[in-house]
Design a protein around this ligand. Structure first.
Ligand code: ZN
Length: 194
C-alpha cells in the first residue's frame, strides 16, 4: 500500500459505497492507519491509497497510542452543516508540502458505518469536523485546494504543475498507470467488492 500523489487518477475518482465489510477491509484499515501515522497524518481516505472505496480512517491527535481517538468511517454522508463556516489551514498527504486556507462548516452532523457494519450518527465540530469534511471530499474525487480561498505555500499553481510533471514522468517510466490501466484496475476492484 502506498499514498498516491496528485494528479493520480484515483484522487479524481468518485468512489462507490462499500457493501461488504470483511477481513479484507479490516486488513486494509490496519494498513491505512499505519501509513497515516508513519506520514504524520490525521486522516486518510481510501482514494489516497489507490482504493476506490468510501472508507476513511482518522485520528485527530495523529498519535497512534491514542486508540480512543481512532475512527473508521465507511460510506459517510454529511447531512447537515450548521453553525456557519470557518477558515483554517490544511495540508494533505497526496500534496506533500502544500498548505492552504480552506473554509469548512464549523459543526456537522453525519452518518457512517463502522468496521463492524454498525451505523452511527456523529455530531462533530472544530478540527475533527474539518478532517472529516476534507476526507469525505477525497471520496468524491475532490482535492482540498479546489475549495481553498488562500494559499500559505507560495505560488501553488506552480507547485501543482511540478507534481503533474513528476507524475507524467513516472507514467512514462511505467511507474504510474495509464488511463486505460487505471480503468481496468478500478473495474476489477469494484467487481470484487460488489
Ligand atoms: Zn487529503
Amino acid at each position: 500500500m502506498r499514498i498516491v500523489k496528485y494528479p493520480h487518477p484515483m484522487l479524481a475518482y468518485e468512489s462507490k459505497p462499500l457493501r461488504k465489510i470483511d477481513q479484507k477491509v479490516r486488513d486494509i484499515v490496519a494498513e491505512m492507519f499505519d501509513l497515516m501515522y508513519e506520514n504524520a497524518g490525521v486522516g486518510l481516505a481510501a482514494n489516497q491509497v489507490d482504493l476506490p472505496y468510501q472508507l476513511i480512517v482518522m485520528n485527530q491527535t495523529g498519535d497512534r497510542e491514542r486508540k480512543d481517538e481512532e475512527y473508521v468511517l465507511i460510506n459517510p454522508t454529511i447531512h447537515k452543516l450548521k453553525g456557519g463556516v470557518e477558515e483554517g489551514e490544511e495540508g494533505c498527504l497526496s500534496y506533500p508540502g502544500l498548505r492552504m486556507i480552506v473554509p469548512r462548516a464549523k459543526e456537522i452532523k453525519f452518518q457512517a458505518v463502522d468496521l463492524q457494519g454498525q451505523p452511527h450518527t456523529y455530531f462533530w465540530k472544530g478540527f475533527q469536523a474539518r478532517i472529516v469534511q476534507h476526507e469525505t471530499d477525497h471520496l468524491y474525487g475532490k482535492g482540498f485546494w479546489e475549495r481553498a480561498v488562500a494559499t500559505i505555500t507560495p505560488n501553488y499553481a506552480l507547485f501543482l504543475l511540478n507534481l503533474k510533471d513528476k507524475f507524467n514522468q513516472d507514467r512514462k517510466a511505467g511507474l504510474e498507470p495509464t488511463e486505460e490501466q487505471f480503468k481496468e484496475y478500478v473495474a476489477k476492484l469494484e467487481s470484487e467488492r460488489a
